[in-house]
Design a protein around this ligand. Structure first.
Ligand code: GLC
Ligand code: MN
Ligand code: MN
Length: 411
């Protein structure tokens, strides 16, 4: 192959994107509750071992590009858009005003706000540090984020207590830290009740997000299940206002089945919000775009959520790879992530209504002939042939994933 001149590379990317075939229209994409985080689109490609590969971009570009693609919702950390030193000051409300104007002009809604309680040096000892001063500051940050959320029309607030934990053992007493963390969540909920009342709005849905490792070495609330226990622990003054924002990869990172973690959240009535992405088991938080690693698992996750009428946001919490250029972020990364999600969502509907899956599932639930329930041998024989349907269903779901139910044949 001859080298591709620099000034022809974007055209090549665009041509191959078209050659990939169909894409959903922006209007179709807007029909799904898909939100694009400020931080995902603005991510410049940096990491502990990585220098940035793209320029930083602001909310104006992100919102405009999301609108063009058809991502109808936007989410943000407080400090993604407001400098730390301006928080709570007049300068903050000036930025919030500009964001609101931008959102309206582009017909994009703010769905979720989240306080950054992990990045700034003030959080070195975490949001529930021993220092009463730092803990007061944490309360200020979450209360302030609630106010910003109401001002921007959001319905969700997310808390990722990534730095609630420790590197070295013995200095942190876990029960104390968890009590202090609960006080911050309580401050947010109590303030929310006040603000919602004065604004005539509903209170926000407050969503805890777990990650099993990073950035602390040991994390006090590492999984969605740990957070369910925390919500039910009696430490929260408004547990009814608090639920979960599981992230697909964060569950996978500790080796669990994300679908099972979601099922437990559903049963508890706490699946409020969902961060969608992909990655590998027992590895760090690589935040790859949905469906690029585990499409079959993703299809099954969406079957579960569709069949339980989950109607919260799907937040595109992934990081466009460092190899993707600024042009590629909006030309390739976001449109393809959205379209893979929509495709998988629609395929999940096809799985649910597929006659083969349905008949096999019903047959399994009908079971074999009634025999003496105390006779293990007879029970085994009565179901022996029926249980092959488990693998048949898995094969059928694979077929639906590759389009075999629409005529694509193997061989
Ligand atoms: C950080 C985390 C992300 C989380 C977000 C919300 O960006 O990496 O997983 O969803 O914060 O606070
Ligand atoms: Mn996340
Ligand atoms: Mn992540």
């Amino acid at each position: 192959m001859t080298p591709i001149p620099e000034n022809q590379q974007q055209a090549l990317v665009s041509r191959l994107m078209s050659a990939c075939g169909g894409a959903y229209s922006p209007a179709t994409r807007r029909r799904y509750f898909i939100s694009g985080p400020q931080w995902a689109a603005a991510y410049p490609g940096h990491a502990l071992f990585h220098a940035p590969t793209r320029p930083e971009i602001g909310f104006e570009d992100v919102i405009r590009k999301y609108a063009d693609i058809g991502i109808g919702y936007w989410s943000t950390h407080d400090t993604d858009v407001i400098p730390t030193e301006a928080l709570g000051k007049d300068a903050q409300w000036e930025v919030v005003g500009r964001i609101n104007k931008f959102l309206t002009e582009n017909d994009v809604k703010c769905s979720m706000v989240t306080a950054e309680t992990f990045h700034h040096a003030v959080w070195a000892a975490g949001p529930a540090a021993e220092s009463p001063g730092v803990r007061e500051y944490a309360k200020f940050r979450v209360r302030n984020t609630v106010e910003i959320g109401h001002e921007l029309g959001a319905h969700f607030a997310v808390y990722w207590p990534g730095s609630l934990g420790y590197f070295v053992q013995g200095a942190v007493e876990e029960t104390e830290s968890l009590r202090w963390y609960a006080q911050a969540i309580n401050a947010a909920c109590e303030h929310d009740i006040e603000v919602a009342r004065t604004k005539g709005r509903n209170t926000l849905k407050h969503c805890l997000e777990a990650k099993p490792f990073e950035p602390q070495a040991e994390i006090l609330l590492p999984t969605s299940d740990a957070m369910l226990a925390f919500i039910a622990s009696g430490l929260l003054t408004h547990p009814e206002m608090v639920g979960l924002n599981p992230e697909y990869l964060h569950e996978l990172m500790w080796g669990v089945a994300p679908r099972a973690a979601l099922a437990r959240a559903l049963l508890a009535g706490k699946l409020f919000h969902f961060d969608i992405n992909d990655g590998y088991r027992l590895k760090h938080d690589v935040d790859i775009g949905i469906g690029l690693v585990n499409p079959l698992d993703w299809l099954n996750v969406l079957v579960l959520l569709r069949s339980h009428s989950y109607n919260g946001p799907f937040n595109l919490d992934y990081k466009p790879p460092r190899t993707t250029s600024q042009f590629g972020v909006f030309e390739v990364s976001f449109p393809t992530a959205v379209d893979r999600f929509i495709t998988l969502w629609e395929l999940a509907g096809e799985v649910i209504s597929d006659p083969i899956v349905k008949e096999a599932t019903d047959a399994l639930k009908a079971g074999g002939p009634m025999v003496d329930v105390l006779d293990a041998e007879a029970l085994t024989r009565a179901h022996r042939e029926l249980l092959s349907l488990h693998e048949l269903i898995a094969h059928r779901i694979f077929q639906i994933l590759i389009g075999a139910h629409r005529g694509r044949v193997i061989g």
